[in-house]
Design a protein around this ligand. Structure first.
Ligand code: UT7
Length: 331
């Protein structure tokens, strides 16, 4: 049976920076509150005229370059996003067209902040069943377009970005070793963007009542986030007969520094083993994990044989983790 591995990574962060000082002018908040309660110092904002697929496409190009792969080798594209350019066509179709690729299966995957983890697991299964040899997994998010810049409880948290990975098949050792993914739709009210779909179609009222923006019950989510991410790590380790010490690096979703610290405490894993870049980008939904993965790859943090675990949670609620053996040489 063929196995799957990550052959290259890429990311795209828009150049425009929105700092905590900028946020102080927009809502009743302070740099001190944001840093101490979340760990965030700044976030990136996608310029007008650009959308989710543009960030995704640029991240894919970098991942292709890192994998020394030509777009013509790509046999499928999965785009994880909750901020698609439009309802349809899928953002994956738009990325495909921008990359100049034709006649392959491409689709969007909606699992909010856990989207990249779900998509990587889907790609692993595509490859292991022998139907495909090379694919692109990309998470592209323009969360600023779903953000209510009058709601201080959410607007300080969110940012835009994209991260991608080229996944290839091998007859050798598995790079994508396995995943744990789960969801519970009973928590759907805790984190959502209620309007614009078939349940609450766009109307004058939905716009006036700001129903198209992301809504969040922050405090309730905070506790569930720590529990669900800890559960995902434990279950995945257990199913592979591994110990916490076997893990070289944990790449967590970057929703709040205090959530990451809570997970570290819960699991009794040193905070230093977690890759943290929340101060620069805030919460980019599904893009957090692949952007952190790409940074770890490019900074030479990852070396051949390292065992990584990604872990995330998000709207749905969804949560999950991937176990990855790094097979590339250290940069
Ligand atoms: O990708 C997944 C999605 N998001 C998350 O996982 C986020 C999970 N939740 C969190 O990260 C935290 O709950 C928040 C950062 C959202 C909030 O932090 P908190 O420590 O849980 O604050 P809180 O909601 O309990 O609010 C404490 C106070 C409130 O004031 P009162 O009611 O005590 O007077 C808020 O109104 O802080 C106030 N507050 C703010 N103050 C200044 C909320 N947002 C802000 C703000 N600046 N930006």
């Amino acid at each position: 049976m063929p196995k799957a591995y990550i052959a290259g990574t890429g990311s795209c962060l828009p150049e425009t920076v929105l700092t905590n000082r900028d946020m102080e002018v927009m809502v009743d908040t302070t740099d001190e509150w944001i840093v101490t309660r979340t760990g965030i110092k700044e976030r990136r904002i996608c310029p007008r005229g650009m959308a989710s697929s543009d960030l995704g496409q640029l991240a894919c190009r970098k991942a292709l370059e890192d994998a020394s792969a030509d777009p013509s080798e790509i046999e499928f594209i999965i785009s994880a996003t909750v901020s698609p350019d439009m309802f349809f066509p899928s953002t994956a179709c738009l990325i495909q067209s921008k990359l100049g690729i034709r006649n392959i299966p491409v689709f969007d995957l909606s699992a909010a902040c856990s989207g990249f983890i779900y998509a990587l697991e889907t790609a692993r299964n595509f490859i292991e069943c022998g139907s495909y040899r090379t694919g692109l997994v990309v998470a592209n998010e323009c969360m600023s377009r779903l953000t209510d810049y009058k709601d201080r409880g959410t607007c300080v948290l969110l940012g835009d970005g994209a991260g991608a990975a080229v996944v290839r098949s091998t007859e050798g050792e598995a790079g994508l070793m396995g995943s744990y993914i789960s969801a519970d739709g009973n928590y759907r009210e805790i984190l959502n963007a209620p309007a614009g779909g078939s349940y609450m179609p766009a109307s004058f009222e939905t716009v006036e009542n700001r129903c198209h923006f992301m809504k969040m019950e922050g405090a309730a989510l905070f506790k569930i986030a720590i529990m669900s991410m800890s559960e995902a790590v434990n279950k995945l380790l257990e199913s592979h007969g591994l110990k916490k010490d076997d893990i070289t690096l944990l790449i967590p979703h970057q929703a709040n520094l205090r959530i990451i610290q809570g997970v570290a405490r819960n699991l009794r894993i040193k905070e230093g083993k977690f890759y943290i870049n929340i101060e620069k980008y805030g919460n980019m939904s599904a893009a957090c994990v692949p952007v952190a993965l790409d940074e770890s790859n490019r900074k030479g943090i990852l070396g051949k044989g390292d065992l990584l675990m990604t872990v995330s949670f998000g709207g749905g609620l969804t949560w999950g983790a991937n176990l990855i053996k790094w097979t590339k040489d250290r940069k």
